[in-house]
Design a protein around this ligand. Structure first.
Ligand code: CA
Length: 234
């Protein structure tokens, strides 16, 4: 890569902000850091970033609001939230608002670095396919939209990537681990404990299932993983 990857860090705790900035600059990133949500949002919308690292508790505008506002403008933008340790609500909130992943404080610097590297690796992937037929409706892979029963459903890039991977392996269940490896890019070096897959599946069910609690398209195969059923493929 000739161009340095660009990273926006929105974090008000000075020690963490400085530590992260030094870490990523040392590892070859172009870093801009902001200490409050208002400035963070402005910077986020002004330029395209390879990734945004976004704290939850921020002065002026909190991280959830910043995430939601960014998503209104871009569903491509990679966003990783820094959540409080043991805060299930933070995690679910952040991912529901469209973050790609989260990392709980206090985090290991190595883990954060590996996660950001994984996200950047994934963003350079093949996008030759222009639509995804799920039987009954089709997702436009350019605009990340689908029309379903008169409604326009909007997806994030990551959600669509999950569906694409399941569709390409429709003949069998796909494990959580495999999704983490293939869709999030977390390879064997990165055995993280994360709920990001489960929460993405739950979000997708809300979007594509008529009864998300009893899914018929995106089904859990107990002990094996997730399996996609789309009528056109049967
Ligand atoms: Ca904070």
């Amino acid at each position: 890569m000739s161009r340095k990857p660009t990273l926006l860090i929105v974090e008000d705790e000075e020690a963490i902000q400085k530590g992260l900035t030094d870490l990523f600059v040392f590892n070859g990133y172009d870093v801009v850091a902001c200490g409050d949500g208002e400035e963070g949002l402005q910077r986020a919308l002004k330029d395209a970033w390879d990734c945004i690292i976004l704290d939850v508790m921020l002065p002026k505008i909190d991280g959830f609001t910043v995430c939601r506002e960014i998503r209104k403008h871009s569903r491509e933008q990679a966003i990783v939230m820094l959540t409080a340790k043991n805060s299930e609500d933070d995690v679910i909130n952040g991912l529901s608002l469209g973050a790609d992943d989260y990392i709980a404080k206090p985090f290991s610097v190595r883990e954060l670095l590996l996660r950001i590297e994984a996200i950047l690796r994934r963003s350079g992937r093949d996008r030759s396919q222009s639509e995804l037929d799920l039987g009954g409706f089709t997702i436009d892979l350019e605009n990340l939209n689908a029309e379903l029963m008169g409604d326009t459903i909007q997806f994030t890039r990551r959600e669509v990537d999950v569906l694409l991977f399941l569709k390409h392996h429709e003949s069998r269940p796909v494990s959580r681990r495999e999704l983490l490896n293939e869709v999030w890019g977390y390879n064997k070096r990165t055995e993280f404990d994360t709920r990001t897959v489960d929460i993405h599946i739950a979000k997708l069910r809300k979007k594509i299932e008529s009864d998300p609690k009893n899914p018929s398209r995106l089904v859990t195969i107990r002990g094996e993983g997730y399996k996609l059923f789309s009528p056109s493929s049967q």
